[in-house]
Design a binder for this molecule. Structure first.
Ligand code: FO1
Length: 350
């Protein structure tokens, strides 16, 4: 079974680990050959958001890719949700002394190893897709990570200028997110070069050829929205015969992690599971989703969601550990199976 997941970084990492775990558990021989068989049969491909990416201190950073890479490799800092476990910050302290980079944005020593390797390869002519392939070869992740696009589509945020009344200022998403913690009301999100961007190699095939497409409970605006804005990706999602199943990143009117509420407010979408489901829209009416999975706390929204053409279901969405993450992935996979168009009858038309 070919599963393709659209994902951002932090929320996406937990969900993708759940998908990987659940696929391994569903293989007939369960654990033993899981990693081998998984690589062959039920391949999981993750289309990763690249809107968070930036050049800093002369290095190319790809935060969402790195969060997924480190998390799936089991070398991530589980407290912070980003960066490496057991990190030190000696170089970062020196960069601060030199006034290089951003003093509010920590580049850990191990993490810098990734950024230096990536930047070195890019300077040798590798594409971000080549770099993604090389980085994930180091650890057997059990899934394949591919960037949404090889074009630099860094997200910038237009805000009311914090230093000049009535002024407006555009800043990189990462400054808005890490320096201002998304507290400056965002007027608009813009992605550099998005018109020229094209899906990275393998992205369209992974979507059109999938048996199931899952939209991770990532930030609907700056993680999922930025993937969808890459020309060609929405078209592939409309074309695929695979059911497209989304998982709500909002539970009981609150974001699970991060500051998606600040992003949703900026585009006039209420912070609720129902509103995000409506925002993504039903595929039957030109939207993204066939089905929308909400937490049991939001089950009251199911009739309204069905009313706009979505198949709606509720399940426990809190991912606290591998079991709850796998259970959530399983609920999404089962919803997709229920919607999958039955294969043509073997005897052909009667
Ligand atoms: N997030 C922070 O809140 N503070 C940081 O200093 C910080 C540094 C950092 C360095 C590398 C990297 O890949 C991610 C980093 N992040 C930091 C997290 C980053 O803002 C998020 O991972 C996403 O881009 C937003 O979801």
């Amino acid at each position: 079974m070919q599963i393709t997941v659209l994902a951002g970084g932090v929320g996406g990492s937990r969900f993708v680990r759940g998908v990987r775990e659940e696929c391994a558990r569903r293989l007939p021989d369960g654990g033993a050959e899981a990693s081998l068989r998984q690589a062959q049969d039920s391949a999981v491909t993750v289309v990763v958001n690249t809107g968070d990416d930036l050049w800093l201190a002369g290095l190319r950073l790809m935060p969402d890719f790195d969060s997924l890479l480190y998390s799936l490799a089991g070398v991530n800092d589980t407290e912070r949700g980003w960066g490496r476990a057991g990190e030190t910050e000696r170089v970062s302290a020196e960069l601060r002394e030199w006034g290089v980079g951003w003093p509010w944005f920590t580049l850990g020593d191990l993490d810098l190893g990734t950024h230096l390797a990536r930047t070195a390869w890019l300077h040798e002519g590798a594409t971000p897709s080549d770099v993604a392939h090389r980085l994930q070869r180091r650890w057997p992740l059990g899934v394949q990570l591919i960037p949404a696009t090889d074009t630099e589509v860094d997200t910038h945020v237009l805000v009311a200028d914090p230093d000049e009344l009535g002024g407006e200022r555009e800043m990189h998403f990462q400054e808005w997110w890490t320096r201002y913690r998304a507290t400056l009301p965002a007027i608009a999100f813009r992605q550099r070069n998005i018109e020229q961007a094209r899906p990275a190699p393998g992205v369209v095939e992974a979507i059109v050829g999938a048996d199931l497409v899952l939209v991770a409970p990532s930030n609907p605006v700056v993680s999922i929205g930025t993937i969808l804005d890459v020309p060609g990706i929405r078209e592939a999602l409309a074309e695929t015969s695979a059911p497209v199943i989304g998982v709500s990143p909002i539970i009981g009117g609150k974001v699970v992690r991060g500051m998606a509420d600040a992003c949703l407010a900026a585009i006039g979408v209420e912070t609720s599971a129902e509103a995000v489901g409506r925002h993504y829209g039903a595929r039957a009416h030109g939207g993204l989703l066939d089905a929308w999975l909400v937490d049991e706390a939001d089950a009251a929204a199911l009739p309204a969601l069905e009313g706009i053409g979505l198949t709606a279901a509720s399940a426990p969405l809190w991912m606290r550990d591998p079991d709850t993450s796998a259970a959530l992935a399983g609920a999404a996979i089962d919803l997709g199976r229920a919607l999958a168009r039955p294969a043509p009858h073997p005897e052909g038309a009667a």
